[in-house]
Design a protein around this ligand. Structure first.
Ligand SMILES: Nc1ncnc2c1ncn2[C@@H]1O[C@H](COP(=O)(O)OP(=O)(O)OP(=O)(O)O)[C@@H](O)[C@H]1O
Ligand SMILES: [Mg+2]
Length: 261
């Protein structure tokens, strides 16, 4: 069977005044794969995520998800269509508990509305209970169930990253974008994270696009990689092709990480 493309970007471009943060980014991502977007600091990686997820409206180009164009749609609608993300700078609801942070993700798919809740109608109570159970299950998946009642900000950094992933999963995505999931993690946490990313891909039948500076993570779990430098796509291919690409080695000059990964 021919691999199916789940998400496609066509010449996505984002300009900020005179700066082209991303120029003509075209990628076709196969359903069920784990793929990576890499490049030096400021290369335009997060900007690509922001264009795909509706946080930025691209200056030019298209985003096509499951055969439908979603370019320029609001983040909420992009998420509803089945795309979830985490953020480079963790964005949790600071005053809420670990459990509440995941429940907030579930509310995207809620069927009953505020007035059902206002009158404590049975449908609303039932749904709230189901949301709580689903959230606790997701916390179990990410290994945080025992900490459900804690304030989200009291968690160590690595756990906050996993909580963000649980909240993203709560929206029932088909496509998950992770912006530097290993940032701030120690080597053990990073190794666990790699196994965890594969597990959630299989369990939730996801396609995952990740941005990551840790080359061991990228080369270890990504089937296909795109490399940006100053907003331009300088290479695309398998981990082995990327590691051997002179343009990539040059872009990372001084960083031996690419070759030794
Ligand atoms: N909202 C914005 N307004 C102006 N310039 C922006 C904006 N967002 C990003 N940029 C610029 O676009 C370029 C790409 O930024 P981006 O955050 O996408 O890089 P990145 O590859 O994610 O880098 P890093 O590895 O440091 O996270 C940078 O020069 C950045 O300053
Ligand atoms: Mg970034």
């Amino acid at each position: 069977m021919k691999p199916e493309t789940i998400l496609e970007t066509q010449a996505l471009t984002m300009r900020f005044g005179g700066l082209t943060a991303v120029g003509n980014f075209s990628a076709a991502i196969t359903r069920g794969s784990i793929v990576g977007l890499i490049g030096p600091n400021g290369a335009g990686k997060t900007t690509c995520f922001n264009m795909i997820t509706g946080f930025y409206t691209p200056t030019q180009g298209k985003v096509i998800f499951q055969g439908r164009e979603i370019t320029g749609k609001k983040p909420y609608l992009v998420c509803k269509s089945g795309i979830a993300r985490t953020f480079q700078n963790i964005r949790l609801f600071k005053n809420e508990t670990v459990l509440e942070n995941v429940m907030i993700g579930c509310h995207l798919r809620q069927k009953t509305t505020w007035w059902h809740a206002l009158f404590s109608l049975p449908a609303s109570l039932r749904e709230e209970k189901a949301i709580k159970e689903k959230s606790l299950d997701l916390l179990e998946v990410v290994g945080l169930r025992d900490l459900a009642g804690e304030k989200s900000t009291s968690l160590p950094y690595g756990a906050q990253r996993r909580l963000e992933i649980a909240r993203a999963l709560a929206t029932d995505p088909a496509f998950l974008l992770l912006d530097e999931p290993a940032a701030g993690m120690n080597p053990n946490e990073t190794r666990d994270l790699m196994a965890f990313i594969r597990q959630i891909r299989d369990r939730f039948r996801l396609t995952i696009l990740l941005i990551e500076h840790d080359m061991k993570v990228v080369m270890g779990i990504c089937e296909h990689i795109w490399v940006l430098d100053y907003g331009e796509t300088i290479a695309e291919g398998s981990p082995d092709q990327i590691k051997a690409d002179p343009k990539v080695i040059e872009a990372y000059l001084g960083e031996e990480a690419v070759q030794s990964a």
